[in-house]
Design a protein around this ligand. Sequence first.
Ligand code: NAI
Length: 256
Amino acid sequence: PRTEVSMTKEFDGKTVIVTGAGSGIGAACAEQLAAAGARTVVADLNLSGAEAVVARIEAAGGMARAYAIDVSDPESVKAMVDFTLSSFGRLDGAVNNAGIGGPLKPLADYGLDEWKQVLDVNLNSVFYCMKYQIAAMLQTGGGAIVNMSSILGTNGFANASAYVATKHALVGMTKSAALEYSAKGIRVNAVGPGFIRTPLVENAMDEATLTGLAGLHPIGRLGASHEVANLTLFLLSDQASFITGSYHLVDGGYAA
Ligand code: NAI
């Protein structure tokens, strides 16, 4: 007689999009989602970064597709959702994670175009993503969305006014979208990481600055991408079925 071995994984049968998945936090989310059974769309401006993540996922036995996208372009975002539906037939989850730090300088020194670029990539992008993702999710009865905010979604940070403005705004957009779609089976949450050791911070700051930043976290170090992914997967999963419209910190105690 055949022995039936149950190998059910949490995200079996689900399709999830991760933006900014070619690096850092997004890459960790994509790899963990695929390991948990999700068919994962690894979307990034940097296609070779996305392809490297897909190669790692496939080597580990997961299913993923790389997709080149500019989240600040609504047509590109719509095409990403269409690609997901044509590849996998449905959309169950999304991690709207792509983002940039923007220039580090005082507010009055910001150029008009510099300011607008940070808003386009970090904030308008999440409107475009949710607009098309929600339309797709409604076709199959619901889903879950995580928007990547930051500890700077509630705290300020000198010389990063544009970034801080976008991360605060994501929290409000998340709450409103959650109110609008909770009765239709879509949960929307925001994640607020403390400082995480990724190319975003490593390229913007020298090691002495990073050591100083680590000291602002009571746990005494910067976070790791997989620690943000752990929370993100929980919020996307059915284990979080009663959690929507909230902002969840993973910050080593920074805000305490
Ligand atoms: P990262 O720089 O390692 O990865 C960001 C990815 O987004 C890159 O692969 C980049 O190519 C992609 N990207 C940038 N602009 C894009 C665009 N227009 N279209 C599509 N993809 C684009 O950065 P990290 O640290 O992994 O950041 C991910 C998210 O987490 C960002 O939203 C960031 O603001 C947020 N975050 C990061 C923290 C940190 O300390 N690293 C702390 C709190 C939040």
